[in-house]
Ligand binder design. Structure first.
Ligand code: PLP
Length: 452
C-alpha cells in the first residue's frame, strides 16, 4: 500500500491551514510548531500528504500497540457502533462487562473489579482517590523522574518539569528518588547497591513524612517518558514490603507499560510483585477510542461494597472503547503477542542496541525490556554529561532534534525526550521493519557523535 503513495499537496495545504488556524495544541507554544499532517496509516507505518511514509518507532505516544488500522479493532468498533454506540456508565453493558472480566483475569489472582476511565491521568486520579478513602490517610508518594498525566492530581504526582508551570501542586504529594543505576542519586556502584540504598531512602522518607499519614505510593513499574528506567532486582519487591509494613496502598502505574509493551500483560508480572491498584490506558485498545481504568484488588474493592465511591465520568467505560478492548485481548491471545514481544526484544532489539552502543561514542547507556528501550545520549561517556543539557532557557534540544530529523529523513518516526531516543514500535512490527528501523537509528546516531 505504501509503495503507491501519491502526494496530495492541496490536501496538505488545507489540513495545515485548518490546523494552524484553529487547533490549539497540547504542550506547545502555538506559533513555534509545525505539526505533520498525517493522511493515513497501516500496521507499523503512517504517511503524510506529501507522499512520505514513516515507520512508527514511537507507537504514537507509546499507545499504538497493535498498530494503525488493525482490522479486528476497526471491525469491533464498527460493529459496536452499529449495535449501540453509547450508554451511560451506571447501566450495565455487555462489552464493558466482558472487558472488565477479561482484564481482571489477566491481572491475576486477587483482582476481580475494574473501574473504567477515559485515559491514564484520570485512572491515576481515581486510584489515588481509592487509596485515600481506603486508608483514611491523605498523602501520596511518587517519584522524581515520573510522569502520571496532566489533570490536576496527576500532574501534581508527576516528578518532572511538566509539573513546574502547573504549580502550586496538590500539597499532600511527596516526591522521592527512585533507582536509576546509570545516574544514581545514591552514588551506588551496582544495581544491588542501588536497590538497597533507594529502599533505605524510601523508608526514611516514609518515616519522616509520618507513615500514618501516607495513603499510597504510586510508581510507574518501568519509568516511561523519563527514561525507560527498569527497576533493579528486588526494588519493587522492597516497595511492596514497605507498603505492607506501613499499611500503604501500592499503586502501579501501568499506563505506558501495560498490555504487552514488555512482553507481559502487566509489567509488574515480570518482577514477581503484586500491587493493590493497577492503572492502565493506552495499550488496552491501542488508543483507538479513549479508555483507561483501575484494576482493584479484592481487599480494596470490598471496602466500597457499602461505601459509595465518589468518582465517575459521562463516558467511563464507553462501549466503542470497550469493544476495541475486547478485540485487543482476543488478538493478543490468538496471535501470541506477548511471546512475540519477548522474542523480538531479546533476540533482535537488545543485541542490536548493545552493538549500536559499542559503535557510537555518543551513546552512554541502553536499557529496556521487550519492545521498550531507551538510548541515552551523552557528550562524554566518562563524565556522563548529558548531550542535551538544561540551560537558562530550558532544554536545548538541538543535537537530539538533529538525530530525530535524520531518522525522519530516512523514514523512521522516533520518540525523543531530553537526551534520549526511545525505541517503542508497535508490538505487531515485522522483524524486517524492526531491523530496518534500527539500521536508520544506527545511521542517524552519527549526527550525535559529532557533538561528543
Ligand atoms: N501515566 C503514564 C506512565 C503515562 O506515560 C501517561 C501518558 O503518557 C499517563 C499516565 C497519562 O495518560 P493519559 O495521557 O492517557 O492521560
Amino acid at each position: 500500500m505504501t509503495d503507491t503513495l501519491l502526494a496530495d499537496l492541496e490536501a496538505d495545504a488545507r489540513v495545515r491551514a485548518d490546523d494552524r488556524g484553529h487547533v490549539f495544541h497540547s504542550w506547545s507554544a502555538q506559533a513555534l510548531i509545525d505539526p505533520l499532517p498525517v493522511a493515513g496509516g497501516e500496521g507499523s507505518t503512517f504517511w503524510d500528504y506529501a507522499g512520505n511514509a514513516y515507520l512508527d518507532f514511537s507507537s504514537q505516544l507509546v499507545n499504538l500497540n497493535l498498530g494503525h488500522q488493525h482490522p479486528d479493532l476497526v471491525r469491533a468498533i464498527q460493529q459496536q457502533a452499529g449495535r449501540l454506540a453509547t450508554i451511560q456508565p451506571s447501566m450495565a453493558n455487555d462489552v464493558r462487562g466482558e472487558l472488565a472480566r477479561r482484564i481482571a483475569q489477566v491481572a491475576g489472582d486477587g483482582f476481580e473489579k475494574v473501574f473504567f476511565t477515559n485515559g491514564g491521568a484520570d485512572a491515576n486520579e481515581n486510584a489515588v482517590r481509592m487509596a485515600r478513602l481506603f486508608t483514611g490517610r491523605r498523602k501520596i508518594m511518587s517519584m522524581y523522574r515520573s510522569y502520571h498525566g496532566n489533570t490536576s492530581t496527576a500532574i501534581s504526582l508527576t516528578g518532572d518539569p511538566r509539573r513546574w508551570p502547573n504549580e502550586p501542586a496538590d500539597g499532600s504529594i511527596v516526591h522521592f528518588h527512585g533507582p536509576y543505576p546509570y545516574r544514581s542519586s545514591f552514588h551506588s556502584d551496582s544495581p544491588e547497591q542501588e536497590t538497597a540504598r533507594a529502599l533505605e531512602h524510601l523508608e526514611q522518607t516514609i518515616v519522616l513524612e509520618g507513615a500514618g499519614t501516607i495513603a499510597g505510593i504510586l510508581i510507574e513499574t518501568i519509568v516511561g517518558t523519563n527514561g525507560v528506567l527498569v527497576p533493579p532486582p528486588g526494588y519493587l519487591a522492597g516497595v511492596r514490603e514497605l507498603c505492607d509494613k506501613y499499611g500503604i496502598v501500592y499503586i502501579a502505574d501501568e499506563v505506558m507499560v501495560g498490555f504487552g509493551r514488555v512482553g507481559e500483560w502487566f509489567a509488574f508480572q515480570a518482577f514477581g510483585v503484586q500491587p493493590d491498584l493497577i492503572t492502565f490506558a493506552k495499550g488496552v485498545n491501542s488508543g483507538y477510542v479513549p479508555l483507561g481504568g483501575v484494576v482493584i484488588s479484592d481487599r480494596i474493592a470490598s471496602h466500597f461494597d457499602t461505601l459509595s465511591f465518589p468518582g465517575g465520568l459521562t463516558y467511563s467505560g464507553h462501549p466503542l472503547a470497550c469493544a476495541a478492548g475486547v478485540a485487543t485481548l482476543e488478538v493478543f491471545e490468538r496471535d501470541g503477542i506477548l511471546e512475540r514481544v519477548r522474542d523480538l526484544g531479546a533476540r533482535v532489539v537488545e543485541p542490536r542496541l548493545r552493538a549500536i552502543a559499542e559503535r557510537h561514542p555518543s551513546v552512554g547507556d541502553v536499557r529496556g525490556l521487550g519492545l521498550f528501550w531507551a538510548i541515552e545520549l551523552v557528550k562524554d561517556r566518562e563524565t556522563r554529561e548529558q548531550l542535551v543539557p538544561f540551560n537558562a532557557s530550558g532544554v536545548d534540544a538541538a543535537p537530539v532534534a538533529a538525530v530525530a530529523a535524520a531518522c525522519k529523513r530516512d523514514g523512521v518516526w522516533p520518540f525523543t525526550h531530553f537526551n534520549r531516543l526511545h525505541v517503542a514500535p508497535p508490538l505487531v512490527i515485522t522483524e524486517d521493519e524492526l531491523e530496518r528501523g534500527l539500521d536508520v537509528i544506527d545511521r542517524a546516531l552519527s549526527v550525535a557523535d559529532e557533538h561528543v
